[in-house]
Design a protein around this ligand. Structure first.
Ligand SMILES: Cc1cc2nc3c(=O)[nH]c(=O)nc-3n(C[C@H](O)[C@H](O)[C@H](O)COP(=O)(O)OP(=O)(O)OC[C@H]3O[C@@H](n4cnc5c(N)ncnc54)[C@H](O)[C@@H]3O)c2cc1C
Length: 429
């Protein structure tokens, strides 16, 4: 049976639905990519632009996974920035800080340029505010503001005091915030479908409804589905939290966390401009945070909470409603028209995982809930690696990762306990 998309706001507002065929028969390409989210699609596009013959094989639909379910926030946080910098210092010494700082904004440029180059309509807008949920979060925001000033990015940043907050958000919750006008927000599914169309336009072969069952190793690697095979010089596994391939090598490295997201009914203009007059994407400073923004048609899209059981929550709307009403008491009783959940791939040290499971089978995964920009950065690094430019791939492949030597169920329970600790500590006000 053909895969269906989840009942999300994004899927109800797709510009042009994808309709790629199922893989049938045998084909031969330079690179086969497993998984049609941002990682797979962006790598396919990079490689197609370089002239490689690419096949992208997706189990469901393009942008079916986390890519089609996220908050659409393009942040300058790589999630594991601090851990990454620490490990990189061992490899590249004092260059590490500058490298990570520049990396933080690289995905923004890739997305912005691609949207312009291929004319992708995806409601791209600029501006975030990171909010202080507790008074002490202002120290963190001030430090980020100061670093941006030092690095010549001051024009994009404004530190907002508690008194000034009503001009930015109609919420009683926050002790201040940091506006970042370089960060962006967008319609993820329309971006990903637009990138897939661009890749297909350059000759990439795209297949939907084609779960990859196995990858056979050899001088050429072979990707096997129920009805076909793709023989390739190299394969990239880009299934993130949704795949179960290469278990002996990858087990215990990445943990699926289910995140909930929802969208209210369209808000009257006066309410929309009262709660978020500058149309900013918003997230707070907690480890388990709330994140939200207005959609192009002025709904509040609101996400938060994390479930490490490896299963989706039962009633996402009911779970998110208290947080929405706490953030905006004026929205008490608002209709929630769309509610959905998706699996993000969490890495213990929060550094994206790039590597090889055999000489010609690569993997790239694990952005710990910060993957819109990061997946595009990593896709560029992967495409360069497959084109023989290995420097950055080697930096990431050389990172030390913690593997939990238990089965994934136990690993997820251990993570859940850690998260519960953070949630209890951070929600105390
Ligand atoms: C609710 C939610 C909110 C989020 N909000 C944000 C946000 O606001 N900002 C941000 O930066 N990040 C956010 N993220 C994270 C971000 O969405 C992800 O990091 C990113 O989309 C990962 O892209 P991906 O391509 O690696 O994985 P996915 O998008 O999950 O794609 C993997 C694909 O692989 C396919 N697949 C799996 N196994 C196979 C197989 N065997 N054969 C073929 N295909 C297979 C799946 O069907 C899926 O389509 C959020 C995530 C979630 C779940």
């Amino acid at each position: 049976m053909p895969a269906e998309r989840c009942a999300s706001y994004y899927n109800a507002t797709i510009n042009q639905e994808s309709n790629y065929p199922e893989l049938e028969g045998d084909i031969r390409v330079d690179v086969a990519i497993v998984g049609g989210g941002f990682t797979g699609v962006a790598t396919a596009l990079e490689l197609s632009e370089k002239g490689y013959k690419v096949a992208l094989i997706e189990a469901n639909k393009i942008a079916w996974g986390a890519t089609g379910r996220n908050g659409g926030q393009v942040t300058g946080s790589l999630s594991g920035d601090a851990a990454m910098t620490k490990q990189l210092r061992r490899q590249i010494g004092n260059e590490a800080e500058d490298y990570v700082w520049n990396l933080r904004w690289r995905g923004h440029d890739i997305i912005k340029n691609r949207v312009a180059k291929y004319g992708i309509e995806c409601d791209l807008k600029f501006g975030h505010i990171q909010t202080a949920y507790q008074m002490q979060h202002m120290h963190e925001l001030r430090a980020m503001h100061d670093e941006a000033q030092r690095r010549g990015m001051g024009e994009f940043m404004t530190l907002v005091s508690a008194d000034e907050m009503p001009a930015y958000l109609g919420s009683p919750l926050y002790h201040g915030g940091l506006v970042n006008r370089r960060n962006m927000h967008l319609h993820s599914v329309n971006l990903c479908l637009g990138e897939a169309r661009a890749a297909a336009g350059l000759g990439a072969l795209i297949f939907e409804n084609s779960p990859v069952l196995d990858i056979e190793e050899g001088d050429l690697a072979t990707v096997v589905t129920a009805k076909g095979k793709v023989c390739a010089n190299s394969v990239l596994i880009a299934g993130n939290a949704y795949h179960k391939l290469a278990r002996p090598q990858l087990r215990g490295m990445l943990f699926p966390a289910s995140l909930g997201n929802c969208a209210t009914a369209i808000l009257p203009d006066e309410i929309a401009s009262q709660i978020n007059p500058l149309d900013l994407a918003v997230y707070d400073c907690r480890f388990v945070l709330d994140y939200y923004r207005l959609t192009a048609d002025k709904r509040l899209m609101f996400g938060g909470g994390t479930n490490y059981s490896g299963r989706d929550p039962k009633n996402v709307a009911a779970e998110l409603r208290p947080a929405i009403e706490r953030t905006f008491p004026q929205l008490k009783g608002v209709d929630i028209e769309f509610a959905w959940a998706g699996m993000a791939g969490i890495v213990i040290n929060r550094i994206p995982q790039l590597g090889k499971v055999s000489p010609n089978v690569f993997y790239c995964q694990g952005y710990s809930g910060h993957g819109v920009a990061t997946s595009h950065i990593m896709a560029e690094i992967m495409a360069n690696a497959m084109d023989g430019q290995l420097r950055e791939f080697d930096l990431f492949a050389g990172m030390h990762h913690i593997r939990i030597p238990l089965n994934e169920w136990f690993g997820n329970q251990a993570l859940a306990l850690g998260m519960l600790y953070y949630t209890l500590r951070e929600n105390w006000r």
